[in-house]
Design a protein around this ligand. Structure first.
Ligand SMILES: O=C(O)Cc1cc(O)ccc1O
Ligand SMILES: [Fe+2]
Length: 449
């Protein structure tokens, strides 16, 4: 669709054709797009090479342990913007708390994929908030969004001071041209954009649809593996951080900032993607979900879905996440004498799910690619009647759950529906009927029914 707008970018391995990446989780990286652009052995020399400005981006408190920060060496310091911030309205991008009077969040909800409207939409105008949880002002909780993007941002840039964004593409390909380098993503991959990082989003192949988890709290990290040990699940080497890339373009540009749930705009005279070199451990990254190695039951029973956690954002209470990002991907089912799909359950955590592609085992119909479901705090849910009957009567040989990928944003906080989710998005009014026909099998006599 729209031609990429990155032809002038110079990256560490030459001018941009394909983005370059460095592997590893939470490494202290260093990368330079021009030789000797990074100071050696220090951060703040009296004068930087090439006349660059040194600037630190702190993603944790200075005194956090471990601290996360990145030193960038840039053509102009970020503070060089030519106007004051002016408030703008992005009415579909909501932040917590956002409790809507005439929308009921208590319930089991499911939506079809939100269709593209034909309207030209960018990363900013195409963001549709579905749920919010917690409070953006105290850096607790999250929001879930669907993005519908058809148009590249042109001479327009964005950063969120409120949040880290976890992006889960479902359709189309996007490019995140960030201050620290370029990340391209497509379905079955994810991207994480840290709080405070400036970027523009380009459409490589559109229209694009996907899901976003906006994390107001502590950053996503790898879950503790416990007895699983050092391998499987998400392996550190499969995370990819971009190499430095910069452009030196002096054109009137707009920078939009999300700050305490509000959006503000300022004008700048240049592209802010002018970081020639950087080093540090606070950076955007991507991850290919196909490299996730699922671990599961190999004899009987169905474990809690926490075994499928890709990333977790801690809340401060050990073991109780602000957000868990959980992946239900292709895998073998081998458990003996077992009801293999998810069991019926109620959960103190609130479960928002999205389907990237294929069929989800607990809901063979209705939970469609691009669609979402919400099973809010303590509200019962589980397999629909078709899934229950099939799984209770199946011949239990090894069975491959094939061509399927769904995920869950699970948070300790209740999720509130936005007005858009309750009134405009394609809500399936009959969702709860999927459990209606579950009949009483109990007749007082022992034996399996
Ligand atoms: O509700 C769901 O479908 C998600 C889920 C999956 C699972 O395997 C166990 C518990 C759970 O909440
Ligand atoms: Fe569940």
């Amino acid at each position: 669709m729209n031609a990429p707008n990155t032809s002038g970018l110079i990256q560490a391995n030459g001018s941009l054709t394909e983005p370059g990446y460095m592997p590893g989780w939470a490494n202290d990286f260093e990368t330079e797009a021009l030789p000797d652009a990074l100071p050696r052995g220090m951060n703040s020399p009296q004068k930087c090479n090439y006349g660059l400005y040194g600037e630190q981006l702190s993603g944790t408190a200075f005194t956090a342990n471990p601290p996360e920060r990145t030193w960038s060496y840039r053509i102009r310091p970020s503070v060089k913007h030519s106007a004051r911030y002016a408030r703008i309205d992005l009415p579909y991008w909501k932040s917590a708390p956002n409790v809507v009077d005439n929308v009921t969040s208590l319930g089991q909800y499911r939506w079809d994929a939100i269709p593209h409207s034909g309207e030209h939409l960018t990363w900013l105008t195409g963001m549709r908030t579905m749920t919010t949880a917690g409070d953006v002002n105290i850096q607790v909780g999250m929001a879930s969004h669907v993005y519908l993007v058809t148009q590249s941002m042109k001479d327009a840039y964005f950063f969120s001071a409120d949040s880290e964004l976890l992006v889960v593409p479902q359709e189309g390909r996007l490019r995140f041209a960030t201050e620290l380098g370029i990340i391209d993503v497509e379905p079955k991959e994810i991207a994480i954009l840290p709080r405070g990082l400036v970027y523009r989003v380009e459409v490589l192949d559109g229209p694009c649809r996907g899901f976003v988890c906006e994390n107001y709290g502590q950053k996503f990290e790898l879950p503790a593996r416990g007895p699983i040990g050092a391998n499987c699940m998400a392996n550190p080497r499969d995370f990819k951080v971009p190499v430095a890339a910069f452009e030196d373009r002096e054109v009137p540009s707009t920078l939009t900032v999300k700050w305490c749930g509000q959006f503000h705009e300022t004008q700048i005279g240049q592209s802010p993607l002018d970081v020639v070199a950087w080093h540090g451990n606070y950076a955007p990254y991507k991850y290919d979900l196909r490299t996730y190695c699922p671990v599961g039951a190999i004899l009987f029973d169905h474990p809690d879905p926490s075994i499928f956690t890709v990333l977790t954002a801690p809340s401060g209470v050990p073991g109780t996440a602000n957000i868990d990002f959980v992946l239900f991907r292709e895998r073998w089912l081998v458990a003996e004498n077992t009801f293999r799909p998810p069991w019926y359950h109620k959960n103190i955590m609130s479960e928002l799910m999205g389907n990237i592609y294929g069929q989800y085992d607990a809901k063979p119909q209705g939970f469609v690619p691009g669609g979402m479901s919400l099973h809010n705090m303590m509200l019962p849910h589980g397999p629909d009647r078709e899934a229950f009957e099939k799984a209770s009567n199946a011949n239990l040989g090894p069975d491959k759950l094939d061509r399927t990928m769904s995920f869950m944003f699970e948070t300790r906080f209740p999720q509130h529906l936005t007005e858009f989710a309750g009134k405009e998005a394609p809500l399936q009014d009959d969702y709860i009927d999927c459990w209606d026909s579950l009949e009483k099998k109990f007749d007082g006599t022992p034996g399996k029914k």
